[in-house]
Design a protein around this ligand. Structure first.
Ligand code: ADP
Length: 473
């Protein structure tokens, strides 16, 4: 039996009379719940509510907004297990990872609860004695939040945390595959006493909801995480009303393993960067460049380590690789593997789909730059290994991409590590670190991987307008 969930608009459960869409557990193929198939009308009602709520929410003191965020943080902690179970059911990731994501997601709420109190203005010495220059920081306004399915909680809190801290109100459209975690998070925000209309969640027709928000002059900010294709579409759409935008789009992360690396660290780092969420993250290592003198040893050790990964339903004890999100995802992975094999790559681990939406953790060696997996984001548990001979060569090849989100370097030579990190055209570099994401640090990409930063004090700037008040004495 599946449960039916509602949208949340102006603090009320809405949409029970609408047709519903099914939320399916990718591990079992079973429908676990339904959500309303909302559209333009609900999207507009949500903006009405957020616009009204903005008047009061933006006028609260930073301390008051902070204390609401703290209450929300506490409730999320108290309900962490339920949220993690829901996440695994709708998204598929292993329970340990879902718990990890919930802690990470909640870290954005507590970080921004603190940071709300530090939105400092400035005074600037004026050139004339009779003038004063004051700089104020104000919330940008109603914010549209559109999120993907791979991190059903964190992609919401790292936008909503800073938005609320700054004094913005939000309208959220979660991914159609994973709306339940989002709705539960919003319900907890209501329970925490966050006023009606400050957080609204609309589910359903992405295009209709997105277009309504893009065209609405009252929506002053759009923050999106998802594909580069949809990001470009939204960027164009946001031009008509000149909204402030943040985009966190696709990636194609290189991981570079130098001959002076610590092999244990490099193997663990690549496993962490590659196989988290079954390879379905935008910072997943997608192309592994290993120095030609150590490639055999590295590949053998990696293959040994990958054999320890356990594929299965994320709810089962010990499972480390869950299902992929849907049939399209698994077919894309198979296409990338088949293409590489056709062009001469060797499969040293995995290489096949299993029953349902499960795919074996895969290692390919003898990969070259002409293979699709070296050009496009695979978004699955496939590790293509290629070789290089010099630092200059590998930097050039790593930078030869339209993307610029994350890159990884493994070396024990400090000077080399810093030099390479600086030359990589990426917004995030993991130097001997396969898991750089954290609420305190700025996450975001160069080139077509996006605009703006999320996390840390940088993440607040995205929700703030700078006002210059010129005073004549
Ligand atoms: P993915 O490939 O990860 O599913 P998408 O970019 O397709 O990435 O989806 C990310 C989010 O963008 C989801 O919430 C999805 O519903 C939404 N989305 C997709 N197409 C549109 C659109 N035309 N307008 C607004 N939102 C959209």
């Amino acid at each position: 039996m599946s449960t039916s969930f509602s949208m949340l608009i102006n603090g009320k459960e809405t949409g029970g009379d609408r047709p519903s869409i099914e939320v399916v557990n990718p591990a079992t193929g079973k429908t676990i719940a339904t959500v309303p198939d909302g559209g333009a009308e609900e999207a507009r009602l949500a903006v009405d509510a957020a616009t009204d709520a903005f008047q009061k929410w933006s006028m609260l003191s930073a301390y008051e907004r902070s204390s609401y965020l703290v209450k929300w943080h506490v409730l999320i902690n108290e309900n962490l297990e339920d949220l993690a179970q829901t996440m695994t059911e709708e998204q598929g990731k292993p329970l340990a990872e879902a718990r990890g994501e919930m802690n990470y997601a909640n870290g954005f709420i507590s970080w921004y609860a603190e940071e709300a109190k530090r939105i400092y203005g400035e005074t600037i010495p004026a050139s004339g004695a009779g003038k004063r220059i004051f700089i104020h920081k104000q919330p940008v306004g109603v914010t549209a939040v559109i999120t993907p399915w791979n991190f059903p909680a964190a992609m919401i809190t790292r936008k909503v945390g800073p938005a609320l801290a700054a004094g913005c109100t939000v309208v959220i459209k979660p991914a159609e595959q994973t709306p339940l975690t989002a709705i539960k998070l919003a319900q907890l925000a209501m329970e925490a006493g966050i006023p009606d209309g400050v957080i609204n969640v609309v589910t359903g027709d992405a295009k209709a909801i997105g277009e309504t928000w893009l065209q609405d002059q009252r929506v002053r900010k759009l923050t999106f995480t998802g594909s580069t294709e949809v990001g470009k579409l939204l960027m164009r759409g946001a031009a008509d009303t000149v909204k402030k935008i943040s985009l966190e789009l696709g990636g194609h992360a290189p991981a570079i393993v130098m001959d002076d690396c610590d092999l244990d660290k490099a193997v663990e780092g690549v496993v962490a960067a590659k196989f988290r969420n079954a390879g379905q993250t935008c910072v997943c290592a997608n192309r592994i460049y290993v120095h030609e003198t150590i490639v055999d040893e590295f590949s053998e050790r990696l293959a040994e380590r990958v054999k320890q990964l356990k594929v299965g339903n994320g709810k089962e004890e010990g499972v480390t690789i869950g299902p992929l999100i849907d049939e399209n995802a698994i077919q894309k992975v198979q296409r990338h593997v088949d293409d590489a094999v056709k062009k001469g790559a060797k499969v040293v681990a995995g290489g096949k789909r299993q029953n349902g939406l499960f795919y074996e953790p895969t290692i390919l060696t003898g990969v070259n730059d002409e293979m699709i997996c070296m050009k496009e984001e695979t978004f699955g548990p496939v590790t293509p290994i290629t070789t290089f001979s010099s630092e200059e060569e590998v930097i050039a090849r790593a930078n030869d991409s339209i993307y610029g989100l994350a890159a990884y370097v493994f070396t024990e030579n400090l000077s080399r590590g810093i030099r390479m990190s600086e030359k990589l055209e990426y917004g995030i570099v993991g130097l001997n670190d396969g898991l750089p994401s954290t609420p305190q640090a700025p996450f975001g990409g160069f080139k077509q991987s996006g605009l703006g930063r999320e996390g840390g004090h940088y993440g607040l700037d995205e929700y703030i307008e700078v006002k210059y008040i010129s005073v004549g004495l």
